[in-house]
Design a protein. Structure first.
Length: 141
């Protein structure tokens, strides 16, 4: 009886491995056909934009930097620019600030902990969007 159970378990294991191999996954690894020597390049997928208006978290007490892309007079224009930046793969967010005469909505990308990374991000924003971008010190809250 025990022998029969072991044999049944072995058969089920072989079937499960065959199904996983057919699906291309086994033990967290991707199986590649023998004729393909290198994995195919990953096709970039548009990621779903993160929750709007929320910058990436930065540990408390650290200086961080953001790339300011624009300061607009209407929230609708700021949200449109934020969505455009997010669709291009940037982590954009909008902050409302009180100007001397009226409120403004800042469209920013980041934050980054290192200034050099923020500078590189600003260059990338300029190259991919054509918009001027300025690196600013960021203070959350």
């Amino acid at each position: 009886m025990a022998r029969r159970r072991r044999r049944a378990r072995a058969v089920l294991l072989v079937i499960a491995l065959a199904v996983l191999a057919a699906a291309g996954v086994w033990a967290g690894r991707v199986w590649l056909p023998r004729w393909r020597s290198q994995p195919a390049e990953a096709v970039p997928q548009k990621s779903k934009p993160a929750s709007p208006g929320a910058p990436k978290p930065v540990p408390k007490g650290l200086t961080s930097w953001v790339v300011q892309v624009a300061a607009l007079s209407t929230p609708e224009a700021a949200q449109k620019l934020e969505v455009d930046l997010r669709n291009k793969g940037f982590h954009a967010f909008v902050e409302k600030v009180e100007g001397p005469t009226r409120p403004l909505w800042r469209v920013r990308v980041g934050p980054e902990v290192e200034r050099t990374r923020a500078d590189a991000l600003a260059t990338d924003v300029k190259k991919r969007t054509g918009l001027d971008a300025v690196v600013r010190k960021y203070r959350d809250g």
